[in-house]
Design a binder for this molecule. Structure first.
Ligand code: SF4
Ligand code: SF4
Length: 186
């Protein structure tokens, strides 16, 4: 079989000493140092300064209540079932009212959570949302298991119904959208 032998270029002495790469790096650092192009400083003074997070950013999962302050979660355990690293633990309790159940215990192990957002996707009640919270720290493993109280605290930063202006149930909205597209009907 015919083949072409490609000869690798020999590196110069300066290239072998990384001098061009070092000069390029120094030039870039100097450019930022003097603020060429009106942009001075690329270092963020964290934690005094915080990043501007994009709208699609997925932080810590959180639980939300409705506008009347009621728990939206009905302890169906779909999120627990779908969670890839098995980070969610739910123990339901029976309640009186329109829905039959609510979570007695709702824990998310933040050492396991991979911020995939599946729990938010699967929830039929729009009760769990990925927040913008990214500061997860603690000194013990137990501290990093976020219980219901902590998850509602984080969720309260999103507002009632997770900040969803139209608090229509997800499955209602999806079936309406599918009907509009002529899908999901036999
Ligand atoms: S974001 Fe993903 S890994 Fe984290 S609790 Fe939700 S489903 Fe589990
Ligand atoms: S958060 Fe949603 S999916 Fe998870 S148990 Fe509650 S209602 Fe079900």
């Amino acid at each position: 079989m015919a083949y072409v032998k490609v000869k690798r270029r020999e590196l110069t002495f300066a290239e072998r000493m990384y001098l061009p790469a070092i000069m390029k790096g120094m030039a870039l650092t100097f450019k930022h140092f003097v603020g060429v192009g009106g942009r001075k400083g690329v270092t963020l003074q964290y934690p005094d300064e915080k990043w501007e997070l994009p709208a699609f950013y997925r932080g810590v999962p959180s639980l939300v209540k409705d506008t009347a302050g009621r728990e939206k979660c009905v302890a169906c355990s779909l999120c627990e079932f779908v969670c890839p690293p098995r980070a969610i633990s739910i123990i339901p309790r029976e309640i009186e009212g329109v829905v039959e159940k609510a979570p007695e215990v709702f824990d998310i192990d933040m050492l396991r959570c991979i911020f995939c957002g599946y729990c938010e996707e699967v929830c039929p009640e729009e009760a769990i949302f990925m927040s913008k919270e990214y500061e997860v720290c603690g000194e013990t493993r137990e501290e990093l298991v976020f219980d219901k109280t902590r998850l509602y605290e984080i969720g309260s930063t999103l507002g009632p119904d997770g900040g969803t202006p139209d608090a229509e149930k997800k499955w209602e909205r999806l079936s309406r959208e599918q009907s509009a597209q002529g899908l999901g009907e036999d």
